[in-house]
Design a protein around this ligand. Structure first.
Ligand code: NDP
Length: 453
């Protein structure tokens, strides 16, 4: 008999926590409990990736009727019915939460619909005051949106609320230039909302390949997003006509809604962590080693709570590696190198590896890039452009980075990511026969470098 109530107590029922709990219980027979204060599924399923992608799909239909007419169909676009979509969205999220609960129950994980905090190295306290002990504690509380400290900021929403607005606003201001801001600018614009975006820097999507983010920005503007670079919100007020906003350039505007997409912070407040010796970083992130272990040997942390690479598949891998290390006796580090990802802007951006700028700072490179009008949109009379780009090491010939801006880039980069992760060279790409006619065939047909650096 163990001296503890459980072998593992997981705090947080998001992608990472649920995966770790059910694999530990289901595959190793460990006695596992999990506490979740909100809905099972966490940010990704309930207020992130999943509902976002459904909204991206919904917003994509606005162009389709016009395109179909260009292709000879006799049809007319109708209006978007937010209530009809939202009803279905709620049903789908309920279904998914049910799936997560069932997965946990089916693996024998005991769940508590409660907030939990850490009391000592082996004890957690639930919000009803009960205490549970465990040999290991896994912190998987995720993160939450953060908003700037400016007058009137309380009138704005964040990505938590955007999925459940009572009605679609006529106009919206989206503040920020990261993943969430750019994705929702495209979504809202596509749904027919007059969309303005303020970004404080010189170009959106800081940190990504300059040419790729430049094209995403051009395409967003071309589709109707009123993008203001070098602009931020100074103050806001709720007025009869809507939310009044004063910008840093002195201009004044009124919007139906304002959404801050100004970053996320780890959910580590009031968790009792520092009191028991778990170290936190500057953003409040749990500091862990390569095995996700904190400074307290019995306490581990994964996912956005650790602010390493804040993506669902990464949290899941960190959870799996934790189970391998702690419950299967096979110490496993998570490989955070060459993680492909996609930004679901319109068009999408898929990326793996180094940007041209980062690669050039590291070693001599060749850049292979082509930007063109894709056949499907071009035939429909659209001016849309796409980009296919490879960054190649002059010395090793390895493809150091691949950047795609195109409809479906998320799907394409998953596959290109395998080759790049395997260490494919430019010549390996060239040896691969093109799939014709596709957009991505350009990745294997670019013969001459566009430039060297
Ligand atoms: P990001 O960190 O990507 O972007 C935050 C943005 O807000 C930046 O443009 C930043 O500007 C700006 N900002 C920060 N503070 C302020 C401020 N005080 N005033 C004005 N602007 C400000 O965060 P997101 O919230 O967009 O996304 C969080 C994370 O979630 C991402 O990094 C990603 O890991 C994950 N995610 C992934 C998705 C995907 O895979 N498709 C989708 C959505 C989220 P600056 O650049 O100047 O710092």
């Amino acid at each position: 008999m163990s001296a503890f109530d459980y072998d593992l107590f997981v705090i947080g029922g998001g992608s990472g926590g649920v995966r770790a709990a059910r694999v530990a219980a289901g595959e190793t027979g460990a006695k596992v409990a999990l506490a979740e204060e909100d809905r099972y599924g966490g940010t990704c399923v309930i207020r992130g990736c999943v509902p976002k992608k459904l909204m991206v799909f919904a917003s994509g239909y606005s162009d389709m009727a016009a395109d179909a007419v260009s292709y000879g169909w006799d049809m007319q676009a109708g209006d978007f019915d937010w209530q009809a979509f939202h009803g279905k969205l709620v049903t789908e999220l309920d279904r998914l939460e049910g799936v997560y609960r069932k997965l946990l129950a089916g693996s024998g994980v005991e769940t508590f619909d409660a907030r939990a905090k850490v009391v000592d190295a082996h004890t957690v306290e639930l919000s009803d005051g009960t205490r549970k002990t465990a040999k290991h504690i896994l912190l998987a509380m995720g993160g939450r949106p953060t908003t700037p400290d400016i007058p009137g900021a309380e009138h704005a929403i964040t990505s938590n609320e955007i999925f459940h607005l009572p009605e679609l606003p006529k106009s919206i201001l989206i503040v920020g230039g990261g993943y969430i801001a750019c994705e929702f600018a495209g979504v809202m614009n596509g749904l027919g909302v007059k969309t303005t975006q303020f970004y404080r820097g010189a170009q959106i999507l800081r940190g990504f390949d300059d040419e790729a983010r430049g094209l995403v920005s051009d395409e967003m503007i071309q589709r109707g997003v009123d993008l203001h670079l070098g602009t931020n919100v100074l103050e806001m007020e709720k007025r009869d006509e809507g939310i009044w906003v004063k910008a840093t350039n002195g201009s004044e505007h009124v919007f139906d809604q304002v959404m801050f997409a100004t970053g996320r912070v780890p959910n580590t407040d009031n968790m009792g962590l520092e009191e028991v010796g778990v170290k936190l970083g500057r953003k409040g992130e749990v500091l862990v080693d390569a095995y996700s272990q904190t400074d307290v040997p019995s306490i581990y942390a994964i996912g956005d709570a650790t602010d390493r690479v804040n993506l669902t598949p990464v949290a899941i891998r960190e959870g799996m590696a934790f189970v391998e290390t702690v419950f299967k006796g096979n110490p496993t580090k998570v490989d955070h190198d060459l993680i492909p990802s996609a930004i679901f802007t319109q068009p999408e951006m898929g990326t793996v590896g180094l940007s041209e700028e980062d690669a050039a700072a590291q070693e001599p490179i060749e850049v292979y890039a082509t930007s063109f009008k894709p056949m499907q949109q071009s035939f429909a009379g659209r001016a849309d452009r796409v980009l296919m780009k490879l960054i190649v090491s002059k010395e090793t010939r390895k493809v150091l980075g691949c950047h795609i801006v195109a409809p479906g880039a998320g799907e394409m980069i998953q596959l290109a990511g395998i080759a790049v992760k395997m260490g494919a060279t430019k010549e390996d790409f060239d040896r691969t026969v093109a799939v014709h006619p596709t957009m991505s065939e350009e990745l294997v047909t670019m013969r001459n470098p566009t430039r060297s650096a």
